[in-house]
Design a protein around this ligand. Structure first.
Ligand code: ZN
Ligand code: ZN
Length: 62
């Protein structure tokens, strides 16, 4: 069984910060592209960009 990283807060398993760390952009490239396409928010923690603030740890409007 794969080791599951600790979740620092609720919903982190949907955050790009986490998804990129576990290689989601490689295994689900098209899904990942949907999340970042036309990004309106960026993460103050890691700098990633997403269309939806629910996909970031510390979203800030671009
Ligand atoms: Zn982040
Ligand atoms: Zn998070």
């Amino acid at each position: 069984m794969a080791k599951k990283p600790l979740m620092p807060h609720e919903g982190h398993d949907k955050h790009l910060c986490y998804l990129a760390n576990v290689g989601f952009q490689q295994s689900h490239t098209d899904d990942y592209k949907e999340l970042v396409k036309d990004g309106q928010y960026f993460c103050k923690a890691c700098g990633r960009v997403a269309a939806n603030p629910q996909n970031l740890c510390k979203p800030a409007k671009l």
